[in-house]
Design a protein around this ligand. Sequence first.
Ligand SMILES: [Zn+2]
Length: 213
Amino acid sequence: MDKHDNLILPKEAELKGYVNIDRYNEEAVDRIASHYGDILTSLGEDPKREGLLKTPERIAKSLQYLTHGYDIDPKEILLSARFKEEYSQMVIVKDIEVYSLCEHHMLPFFGKAHIAYIPNGHIVGLSKIPRVVDAFARRLQVQERLTNEIRDCIQETLNPVGVAVVIECKHLCMSMRGIQKQNSVTTTSAFTGEFSKERTRMEFLQLIKANLG
Ligand SMILES: [Zn+2]
């Protein structure tokens, strides 16, 4: 059984922009939790001490939540709210919160995404764009692939004249370990179509500039 089979995203909570998952695949929770008991011991901890008793189970549930994007079809999200419309100017959604886990260390990286597209006969409900970001971000990721996956999903689903995606994130695997560059921000970008032209790309970058410091 897939580890996410029993995850249910409550519709109402989802509409409020907050998803509280209170159902889990219990079998997967038990399996993941038992491994984390061993990990705590290997780290020199006592998994039987009071503060840690429920920690393996909490981690297991938390990990299921943090990777629930595997169960979401981002194209389906866009197709469910795609409308015919002759609007042909740039549509920009700025400052979309991004929370993801780097696949190399399973430590968080987080920040903002800025996304634009130029419609080609179809627009999409604006609230769907952040949900696409979340569907890809709630997986084990690298920022570069996350950026490309969002771009490709919008391009393939809406077939716009162009798509632009800029993501800026802090990576805890950089700030908490290794070189400890506490304040460094990684910026990635991906463009298609009209945004390959410098003039259009510049216009987009100007419009989101306030965020790029
Ligand atoms: Zn990392």
